[in-house]
Design a protein around this ligand. Structure first.
Ligand code: EPU
Length: 422
């Protein structure tokens, strides 16, 4: 198992190319299961989670080709071997549940392992299952597997989500494309990855309206066809580098289109901390202030402040003047990074779903342990800002969601190296 060794205290300066979004690429990859025609995806990031999802698709019988561009992936589900997504693959990545809706819609049945919980929370999927039942599926749970059947095909209906669910909306959106009649999704998630998936499905011949709104209407089409679709930039990767620029008192230009519209609440938080932001058509530049102002953050569904940038903001606010309150409203256990930041000298106390962060003048490097994907990027930010050496163990969490992280950081002046765990 690798770890990341960081010599902290160097301001990040330069440009960072922002990769395609993991959380948009995964549902788009699942969409290939809806048709026997090939689906070409562009701007797919090279990440452990993408490779794990490809392995699951391959197990189902999907074939794929990479290139000619390094970020291009063409998937073909012309003939499937099985409709069973096994436990050993699903347990490693909960987004595997995204195969359920498309398999059921096209093949009339699917057997997908229940994903189980993970470090950040219980992660139930009851709303995915209730939505599929509304579309006429019969669902039973057997030996840890979801067994879903709709032998005569799914039938459109109205699904009202009681709370916002990102992959729940994506699963139902994909299933509804082939469901007879009209389906309406009410209180659909507004995350930009949903509209990106709907664009992909429409390019494949689906009939979805209401993109970017909480009500999505899907008219049935008999079959989907071949298409080429581009994955949108990773707003969480961009926000993570922006916070790294602030933490190290540096200046970074993040290269990707649309970043300001993908990060509305995060940019307002960065400005409150004191950063200067310059938005251009295909880039965003963030310059750190000399001192950081404290700021209160509540994580919320889009367009609110993303839970996936909560841990990273905490690393920065641990260096702010005064106290900040951070409320986590999406996941019940997403403060696992706190104990590690405290080992680096941060003053943070947690009461329930609220963390009180009292700024300290400096963090000290230390050996720390990554507990989940975003916790690991928070520790990278803390390590880059800290005095001395930080070693982050369990680096595989970071590799799930950040492409070429050492290369990108080194190009901006950071001193980081991947070393085998001692
Ligand atoms: N929920 C239910 N029932 C359900 C589904 C969700 O109660 O059937 C609850 C969850 O327990 C949670 C809330 O609803 O409290 C929101 O969960 P959601 O379904 O939106 O989360 P998700 O779709 O499993 C995606 C991202 C996460 C991100 C969340 C919130 C993907 C593959 N994952 O998860 O990304 O934190 O939305 O924005 O898109 C990450 O990238 O690090 C990550 C964890």
């Amino acid at each position: 198992m690798d770890c990341l060794r960081i010599q902290g205290g160097r301001p990040l300066k330069g440009e960072v190319p922002i990769s395609g979004a993991k959380n948009a690429a995964l549902p788009a990859m699942a969409a290939c299961l809806l048709t026997e025609a090939p689906l070409q995806l562009n701007n797919v990031p090279d990440l452990a989670d993408i490779r794990a999802f490809l392995l699951l698709l391959e197990t189902l019988g999907v074939t794929y080709q990479k290139g000619p561009d390094v970020r291009q992936l063409t998937l073909s589900a012309a003939s499937l071997r099985q409709v069973l997504a096994p436990y050993n693959l699903v347990r490693k990545m909960r987004a595997s549940i995204l195969v359920l809706g498309p398999l059921l819609a096209r093949h009339g049945r699917a057997k997908v392992s229940l994903p189980g919980g993970c470090a950040i929370g219980v992660r139930p999927i009851d709303l995915h299952l209730k939505g599929l039942e509304t579309l006429g599926a019969s669902i039973s749970l057997e030996d840890g597997y979801i067994c879903a059947e709709a032998p005569k095909g799914l039938v459109g209906g109205t699904i009202t989500f009681p709370i916002v669910t990102v992959t729940g909306t994506e699963n139902l959106l994909m299933a509804a494309t082939l469901a007879q009649g009209t389906t309406t999704l009410i209180n659909a998630a507004l995350e930009p990855e949903i509209a990106n998936l709907a664009q992909c499905l429409n390019a494949m011949g689906a009939h979805i309206t209401g993109l970017g709104t909480p009500t999505l209407t899907i008219e049935c089409v008999p079959a989907l066809k071949s298409a080429s679709h581009t994955i949108l930039p990773d707003r969480i990767e961009a926000g993570t580098y922006a916070l790294a620029a602030i933490a190290t008192r540096g200046t970074l230009t993040l290269r990707a289109p649309q970043l300001a519209s993908l990060l509305p609440s995060a940019l307002s938080v960065f400005t409150q901390i004191g950063a200067e932001i310059t938005v251009e058509e295909r880039s965003l530049t963030i310059a750190a202030p000399s001192t950081f102002s404290s700021c209160d953050i509540t994580t919320e569904p889009f367009p609110g402040y993303p839970t996936d940038l909560q841990a990273q903001a905490m690393a920065v606010l641990s260096l702010a003047e005064g106290a900040s309150l951070i409320r986590e409203t999406i996941w019940e256990n997403r403060f696992l990074h706190v104990a590690e930041l405290v080992r680096m000298g941060a003053h943070i106390s947690v009461q329930g779903l609220t963390a009180v962060v009292r700024g300290v003048p400096a963090l000290q490097g230390a050996p720390v342990m990554a507990t989940d994907l975003r916790a690991s990027s928070s520790l990278v930010i803390a390590g880059l800002a800290a005095r001395g050496e930080t070693t982050i163990n369990r680096l595989y969490h970071l590799d799930r969601g950040y492409e070429a992280v050492e290369e990108k950081l080194t190009a901006c002046g950071a001193c980081v190296e991947r070393v085998p765990a001692s």
